[in-house]
Design a protein around this ligand. Structure first.
Ligand code: SF4
Length: 378
């Protein structure tokens, strides 16, 4: 099992962000830490305490936790769900908030991987996104992480931003590579309803690059990162050999995970049935329900939905969906459920067979949603 802990605090809300994170609520951190520890104890009573293969602190901004609260949180949760020997332990961090004290505390508690939100190399694009940091602070955070002994660094980058040009994206990729990460995530901007950035786009105050430019940006990432020794292992993720994110690979391969904290989702085998559970996103709602052991939103996944999830998540991966794995997991041959549709999509150059696995082609990646909708209809 994998473990995810959500830290829903941010210093300021980025203009494109619709994640469960709250600005200016740092005063709630001690109470929130108590609640997450209480939730861990309740979950251990339900599921049995057990070691976990990976730990992921996500947010929000985990690097906003004062070191003493970070220590209290991790010691409290690890009493029930300790990382097993050799576990990957990642935290997300925002360059404007990372301190040597936080890094030393996290490292002493086993943190061995850091994912930094760099996003862009240009101050004007960072300002447009409402990020709180400068490009210099990204470089400083990388240096501080290395000084704390954390060498396994990942950088998040964004393309398809309003006003962003192809040369600027190239400059961002080169700047990121210059910092020597072992892993890079490159996400195309998706303007989310209800965010200030989406309001600016809708009102015509900002505009997105042409689709063709956005595609060229993605191609640039594929080409440049491959030439620098980064293998693409998922639509948006690239790693040096041996440094793919084990925790996220677990999501895509449908490994069970326990999510603690506001808005956190869990995917568990309960009484032999695949079950998804979701905590409420608001701080007050979380305190009133999940942290007190009230029933959380629970969905038992029907076999046909489980099969589709295997395709939906597995096709994001370059390794694709293996027929042998599919049969082992679902008890029916992949070919009997999706074979006809996949062969039709292969004839149109959208998917291909590699060994015993089906995977998206480069063209299929561009229109992965349509590929999946067709499979769903099947
Ligand atoms: S730092 Fe991350 S979680 Fe926080 S507001 Fe920005 S994008 Fe959202």
């Amino acid at each position: 099992m994998e473990l995810y802990i959500h830290i829903p605090f941010c210093r300021r809300k980025c203009r494109y962000c619709d994640f469960a994170s709250y600005a200016g609520r740092e005063g709630h951190i001690p109470a929130y830490v108590d609640q997450v520890i209480a939730e861990a104890a309740l979950r251990a009573a339900e599921l049995g305490p057990q070691p976990v293969e990976t730990v992921y602190l996500g947010g929000g901004t985990p690097s906003l936790l004062p070191p003493a609260e970070l220590q209290r949180l991790l010691q409290g949760v690890f009493r029930f769900f300790p990382p097993e020997n050799g576990a990957e332990f990642t935290s997300e961090a925002n360059p404007g908030t990372l301190t040597p004290a936080w890094l030393e505390t996290a490292s002493a508690l086993g943190l061995n991987r850091l994912s930094l939100g760099m996003q862009a190399a240009q101050p004007e694009l960072l300002a447009l996104l409402g990020r709180i940091h400068t490009p210099e602070q990204v470089a400083l955070s990388v240096r501080l992480a290395r000084e704390a002994g954390i060498e396994n660094l990942s950088l998040d980058l964004m393309f398809g931003l309003p006003g962003q040009t192809l040369p600027q994206w190239r400059e961002t990729l080169r700047a990121a590579l210059g910092l020597g990460p072992r892993h890079l995530s490159c996400y195309g901007l998706i303007p989310e309803e209800g965010t200030p950035l989406k309001a600016d786009l809708d009102a015509g105050r900002l505009s997105l690059p042409e689709e063709e430019t956005e595609r060229a940006m993605y191609d640039e990432a594929l080409t440049l990162l491959a030439s620098e020794g980064f293998a693409q292992y998922e639509i948006s993720n690239f790693a040096r050999p041996g440094f793919a994110c084990r925790h996220n690979l677990g999501y895509w391969r449908r490994v069970p995970y326990l999510g603690l904290g506001a808005s956190a989702a869990s995917f568990l085998l309960l009484a032999g049935r695949e079950t998804r559970q979701t905590n409420p996103p608001g701080l007050a709602a979380y305190a009133d329900t999940a942290a007190r052991g009230e029933p959380r939103e629970t969905e038992t996944i029907r076999p046909e939905d489980a099969r589709f999830e295997t395709m939906m998540l597995g096709l994001r991966l370059n390794e694709g969906v293996s027929e042998a794995d599919f049969l082992r997991r679902h008890g029916v041959p992949l070919d009997s459920v999706y074979g006809e549709k996949l062969r039709d999509q292969a004839a149109r150059g959208l998917v291909e067979k590699a060994g015993d696995a089906w995977r998206l082609t480069r063209r299929g990646m561009d229109i992965q949603n349509s590929v999946l909708v067709e499979l769903m209809d099947g």
